[in-house]
Ligand binder design. Structure first.
Ligand SMILES: N[C@@H](CCC(=O)N[C@@H](CS)C(=O)NCC(=O)O)C(=O)O
Length: 278
């Protein structure tokens, strides 16, 4: 099913009444989820994720019978607001870039509802239903399925570029949690960013050249977390001399798809706080 009007459904998690099925390698087939009476439908041009339910342009709930659905993380302490999961945002970005209509369900990971645990037995977001009732976990698998189902515009990244920047997020996590300034975690992150700089200098502006592709949509939310969290917790910024990385983040963060799906900075910081101060 292809639609050029993106629809987002903000759902009260506790009120959701979704059907479920049994896991297979990456998917499982519940009976179609019933329409949730708590659901509110929004057309995406007016959607401000931080705005939660205070959004106009409501649509009839009846139009969602076989809709594409995506469950994502709700903000910490605010179950009706989009949260800060980079894997969830990656899938949202993929749907937005391909202009696929979808319904978004917010999940409070601190108080996982039963319906969610049925469709995601590991209790992780994102989980995706392509409209056929099969629930799929893991952003790697989900984005692959979306690419196959909606091949235009293609977001395929050539295999030789697929792992560019792939160690940035883990390096950032180590550094942001580090309490020892001499443990080498800052240098490890700088080395990864330098490698991205060199790749972009040779092949940019995006990782696969002129057009955004899947690897950029995976990296963009992670770079946003890096930028916001490191500035907040360590007063640290990506060095000025990494000019291609700066141009890259600017280009990614200013895309309409990113503006629509990004977490509010305060929610991102609230998400990292317990890990940083553990
Ligand atoms: N490899 C998974 C990672 C998903 C993941 O770790 N999601 C986190 C939120 S960002 C989660 O659901 N954690 C479970 C929890 O916090 O209880 C993917 O790419 O989708």
């Amino acid at each position: 099913m292809r639609c050029h009007v993106c629809i987002v459904q903000i759902t009260l998690p506790r009120g959701s009444r979704m059907s479920y099925g049994h896991p297979s390698p990456a998917s499982f087939s519940p009976s179609p989820p019933p329409i949730n009476s708590d659901s509110v439908f929004f057309s995406s041009p007016t959607v401000r994720p931080e705005g939660g339910k205070n959004i106009s342009s409501a649509r009839s709930a009846g139009s969602s019978a076989m809709a594409v659905e995506l469950s994502v993380k709700a903000a910490v302490g605010q179950p009706d607001t989009l949260g800060d999961c980079p894997f969830s945002q990656r899938v949202l970005l993929t749907l937005e870039e391909k202009k696929v209509a979808y319904e978004m369900k917010l999940v409070d990971l601190k108080d996982k509802p039963e319906w969610f645990l049925r469709i995601s037995p590991e209790g992780k977001v994102p989980v995706f239903n392509g409209g056929d009732g099969k629930w799929i976990a893991d952003s790697d698998v989900i984005t692959q399925v979306i690419e196959e189902k909606y091949p235009t515009p293609s977001l395929v990244t050539p295999p030789e570029y697929a792992s560019v920047g792939s160690k940035i997020f883990s390096s950032f996590v180590t550094f942001v949690k580090s309490k020892d300034p001499n443990d080498g975690s800052e240098n490890a992150l700088l080395n990864e960013l330098q490698a991205l700089e060199e790749h972009l200098k040779a092949h940019g502006p995006f990782i696969n050249g002129q057009n955004v592709s899947a690897v950029d949509l995976s990296l963009a939310p992670k770079l946003f977390h890096l930028q916001v969290a490191l500035e907040h917790f360590k007063g640290w910024k990506i060095p000025e001399n990494l000019t291609n990385v700066h141009a890259y983040t600017k280009a990614l963060f200013s895309r309409e798809s990113f503006e629509k799906t990004k977490p509010a900075k305060e929610h991102l910081i609230a998400g990292w706080e317990p890990k940083v101060n553990a």
